[in-house]
Design a protein around this ligand. Structure first.
Ligand SMILES: C[S@@+](CC[C@H](N)C(=O)[O-])C[C@H]1O[C@@H](n2cnc3c(N)ncnc32)[C@H](O)[C@@H]1O
Length: 296
């Protein structure tokens, strides 16, 4: 079974999967039987592992509360979610461009209203809106403004697949054995031991000031946070945990920038070439080198 992420996500790893797979520990699914993804995003690597390896315990986490709410709803009440998405899909498909626009902005407003409400309890309506907006917004991008409100304009897809019934059902089945947490990645430390594998995919360090895209949440991820993450990786390493980390390669814009070479000097650093898919600065699409770092 192949399962694709249920949302398009900035920094999604579908296109880099073949290289990341090459770096999975050889013992994965055998003596390495526990998996953790502290910055899960759209979960491209998670779903690859869940469908191809026999892992006994899985922990995922992300700081984006709306994303994590959607994982929880897919896991716990997929039928209700599918029913809501089916209604929205039929309605959206039946409308002309002007009416679609109004429908989209009404849904966006409702989503932001629920989001601002800050209710921590699992919310099926918010999950349905989250998927609807991701499938119909411009470029499938999730971006919030400084007040934390989702601000992406409507997209121009003719017949977007808003309710992928088969995929949502498959994902729901796969998630049954997954523990889902919402918050800072540091809360994932206790899961680590010598049987665990962590794939760590934080917000990328921007290649240039203007190319910065870190608006998954209203809180940014600066060099200070990258350095703290380096300390977190050291702690995992001390516990005997296998770790792979992704990040941007600063050498794309400045050949003398050794930020990650220094931060991860104890580990194995490889460079892979990837196509950038989502970037708020359209000009910087193209091939760039990315880093894959492992502690084994
Ligand atoms: C590069 S994306 C991960 C993409 C993911 N690998 C995929 O395939 O879609 C980084 C993720 O880190 C999350 N994030 C940002 N700061 C965080 C933090 N302090 N702790 C946990 N997650 C965080 C963002 O919400 C985002 O989903």
């Amino acid at each position: 079974m192949t399962v694709k992420p249920f949302v398009k996500w900035a920094g999604g790893k579908s296109r880099l999967l073949e290289y990341i797979r090459e770096n999975f520990p050889a013992e994965l699914g055998k003596s390495v039987s526990r998996y953790c993804e502290p910055f899960v995003g759209g979960g491209a690597v998670l779903f690859d592992i869940l469908t191809r390896y026999s892992v006994s315990e899985v922990l995922i986490n992300d700081i984006n509360a709306e994303l994590i709410n959607t994982y929880r709803i897919i896991k716990e009440t997929p039928k209700d979610l599918i029913a809501d998405l089916t209604v929205m899909q039929e309605k959206f498909w039946s409308l002309d461009t002007e009416k679609r626009k109004k429908y989209y902005y009404d849904k966006r407003e409702r989503f932001n209203c629920l989001k601002a409400n800050g209710d921590e309890a699992a919310n099926p309506e918010k999950a349905a809106l989250f998927i609807f907006l991701n499938k119909t917004c411009f470029n499938g991008l999730y971006r919030v403004n400084k007040n934390g409100l989702f601000n992406v304009p409507v997209g121009a897809y003719k017949k977007p697949l808003i309710c992928d019934l088969k995929s949502l059902n498959n994902i729901s089945k796969l998630l049954q054995k997954v523990t889902i947490m919402c918050g800072d990645y540091k809360q994932c430390l206790d899961f680590a031991d010598e049987k665990a594998f962590y794939y760590i995919d934080p917000p990328y360090r921007p290649l240039t000031e203007t190319a910065s895209f870190t608006a998954y949440t209203k809180v940014g991820f600066t060099d200070k946070e990258q350095i703290e993450l380096g300390c977190f990786v050291d702690k995992l390493t001390t516990k005997g945990t296998r770790v792979v980390i992704s990040n941007s390669d600063p050498k794309n814009s400045d050949i003398n920038d050794d930020f990650f070479d220094e931060l991860y000097s104890k580990y194995n650093i490889s460079r892979v070439t990837a196509k950038r898919m989502i970037n708020c600065n359209g000009d910087s699409r193209g091939n760039v080198s990315e880093l894959l770092i492992s502690n084994y």
